[in-house]
Design a protein around this ligand. Structure first.
Ligand code: ADP
Ligand code: ZN
Length: 612
């Protein structure tokens, strides 16, 4: 390369220079370069990159390279506030247009926008599409419009936001400005919706692999509410930030309270809380290094805390899309992290019941019921979880991950077809009039005050030589497989036969039912540690310096009232601890250290390296 060229000829070179100098990264990853190149050429595009895949740079960098202001539409205030703070740390002129601005601040912001003094402006879809704002922005040179979390436009997704639909009008309102839609979850159907609603027909589509190699996944069937197990899992991961998802507000409050009693820095977060309380708790969590957020799905999109080390589902999510997005909130910094899911047949029954009561079309209901079943099939399955998810998203020729619980300890499968036949005929004989517990009692012959008519049935005590636990697990599995089904019966579910063809095939022995061997011995497996707790790659010899750096960062963050990771990510501190840079230029070479941060923090960091 000629060393004399003062201006990079290739726009991608200019983009790389900014990537290096401003953001401190050596090169683009994955599909980033392709997406950036497309936008730099002035064309609109759709990019589907996994969580942590670096979507934000795909629009931040073109906004800096192309002349004019970059607009970023995002559904959540927390997300915007975070990105703006991080950009400002890196020396980028970014701001947020929010409804809460005072009149003075608002006109000052508009002066900067119209004076060309701003690189990036973040705003909500409603704010952008408001007539006067749009008119005013249309008279300003614009570099691009990025639509973050673009799946919100689709009602097939799980985050449908009607106000996103307005964004389609941008195609006519600002025809010359390239538009970039980005999202982390979009199966083919959702992608189609995004293209149609956002008027991106004919644009290039970039779809990255959904692999998340830093995530170790596991799932286990739960007993009862599973709260004791969650407490155990949290206790085994001290000093780490985690998110715990619960299915209900009450559940979140109760679990957070229980964890606090155990001395964990846990708070609850759900839509039932006052807006200010929510904002305060969010901030507290973002700024803590080892906080645990116990939340409903109200705590969701836009939680970009990069150093969440684990996500535990105390109750399972609604679909594989939701699962991937929620566990995806762990390990965004690319360091090892875990996704642990507790699930039970009662959760599935509850999910289906709730779906059924929803005020949507039969078509949407049946799509969502299928999605729920597919999730449970993956959770209760016997093959690599990461591979199952990626196949679900349409990836082909997928390798196993080698680190999920099923890869590490492939379950031994035992044929249980005969037991299944017994359980199915018992459910049949009982005529769907009883719940799970009573069905198991019937099989084992332990029913209290049993009536003679029940005793006379040929299935009475037919499974007395098999443990009640085994029966319970088998009944769960038959529910997951749809061979049995639960009738809600106002919260006291009754078990009856499910899919008739399937049941017939099992009776005839044409369809085999196999169970995991350890399920039969579920009691003893409860103490099992499962996948080992994820930790950062810090050599024992460097831990001292790493901790010193974290301590300095904590103070610095406290002083500036920003989350610690806005200053440096854990991954960057780990890299500094391991490479022990002695000079500015050595520090500049560390991933995540750009010119802005070097100028701000270089001296302090080098001093810490010298002294530790
Ligand atoms: P997403 O929005 O896709 O979940 P982000 O844009 O928040 O992901 O980026 C995730 C993390 O990856 C951030 O910590 C970011 O600094 C880092 N990152 C992004 N691009 C690169 C790159 N090319 N090289 C190194 N790190 C990167
Ligand atoms: Zn695996």
């Amino acid at each position: 390369m000629p060393s004399t060229a003062p201006i990079p000829r290739d726009p991608l070179d200019a983009a790389r220079a900014i990537l290096r100098d401003t953001f401190g990264h050596a090169d683009f990853r994955g599909l980033q370069a392709g997406v950036v190149g497309e936008v730099l050429a002035g064309r609109s595009a759709l990019a589907v990159l996994p969580t942590g895949g670096g979507k934000s740079l795909c629009y931040q960098i073109p906004a800096l390279v192309r002349p004019g202001l970059g607009l970023v539409v995002s559904p959540l205030i927390a997300l915007m506030a975070d990105q703006v703070a991080a950009l400002q740390q890196a020396g980028v002129r970014a701001a947020r247009l929010e409804s809460g601005l005072s009149l003075d601040d608002r006109s000052a912001l508009w002066r900067r926008i119209e004076g060309g003094e701003l690189d990036l402006l973040y705003l909500s879809p409603e704010a952008l599409m408001a007539g006067p704002t749009l008119d005013r922005l249309a008279r300003t040179p614009l570099a691009l419009i990025a639509v973050d979390e673009a799946h919100c436009v689709s009602q097939w997704g799980h985050d449908f936001r009607p106000e996103y639909r307005m964004l389609g009008r941008l195609a006519d309102a600002l025809p010359d400005v390239p538009r970039l839609a980005v999202t982390a979850t979009a199966d083919a159907r959702t992608r189609e919706d995004i293209r149609r609603e956002l008027r991106l027909e004919g644009c290039a589509e970039f779809v990255d692999s959904f692999a998340r190699p830093e995530l170790a996944l596991s799932a286990e069937r739960k007993r009862g509410k599973g709260h004791a197990r969650v407490a155990e899992l949290v206790a085994a991961r001290p000093g780490r930030a985690g998110v715990i998802y619960c299915g209900s507000r009450d559940g979140a409050e109760i679990l957070a309270e229980a964890l606090r009693k155990d001395g964990v820095d846990a708070t609850a977060y759900h839509a039932g809380l006052d807006k200010d309380v929510r904002a305060e708790r969010l901030e507290q969590f973002l700024e803590a290094e080892a906080g645990v957020m116990v939340a409903t799905i109200a705590f969701g999109m836009g939680i970009d805390k990069p150093d969440v080390r684990y996500v535990i589902h105390a109750d399972p999510p609604a679909s594989i899309e939701a699962y991937w997005q929620e566990v995806g909130r762990a390990g965004r910094d690319g360091q090892p992290a875990e996704g642990i899911t507790l699930y039970g047949s009662a959760d599935l029954a509850w999910a289906l019941r709730r779906l059924d009561s929803r005020d949507t079309s039969a078509e949407v209901k049946s799509v969502q019921a299928r999605k729920a079943r597919q999730l449970y099939a993956m959770l209760d399955g016997a093959t690599c979880r990461a591979a199952a998810v990626r196949r679900y998203f349409g990836e082909e020729a997928v390798q196993v991950c080698g680190q999920c619980d099923l890869c590490l300890a492939p379950p031994k499968l035992t044929d249980a077809t005969e037991l299944a036949q017994k359980a199915l005929s018992a459910a049949h004989r009982l005529g769907g009039r009883f719940g799970r517990g009573r069905l198991v009692d019937h099989l084992t012959g332990k029913t209290k005050d049993v009536m003679d008519s029940e005793k006379a049935l040929s299935t009475w005590a037919i499974g007395a030589d098999t443990a009640a636990n085994t029966w319970r697990d088998l009944v769960d599995q038959l529910l997951f497989e749809g061979l049995l089904k639960e009738d809600p019966n106002d919260g006291r579910p009754l078990v009856g036969l499910g899919d008739a063809d399937g049941v017939r095939a099992v009776y005839r022995g044409e369809r085999r039912v196999s169970v995991r061997e350890q399920l039969a011995a579920a009691k003893s497996s409860r103490g099992r540690k499962g996948a080992k707790a994820a930790s950062l790659y810090v050599d024992p010899a460097d831990v001292h310096l790493f901790e010193a750096l974290r301590g300095w960062r904590r103070e610095e963050a406290g002083r500036q009232h920003v989350p610690p990771y806005v200053i440096f990510h854990d991954a960057t501190l780990a890299a500094i601890a391991c490479s022990r840079p002695r000079t500015e230029s050595a520090l500049r070479a560390v991933d995540g250290v750009g010119e802005g941060k070097l100028a701000r923090y270089g001296e302090a960091v080098l001093k810490l390296v010298r002294e530790n």
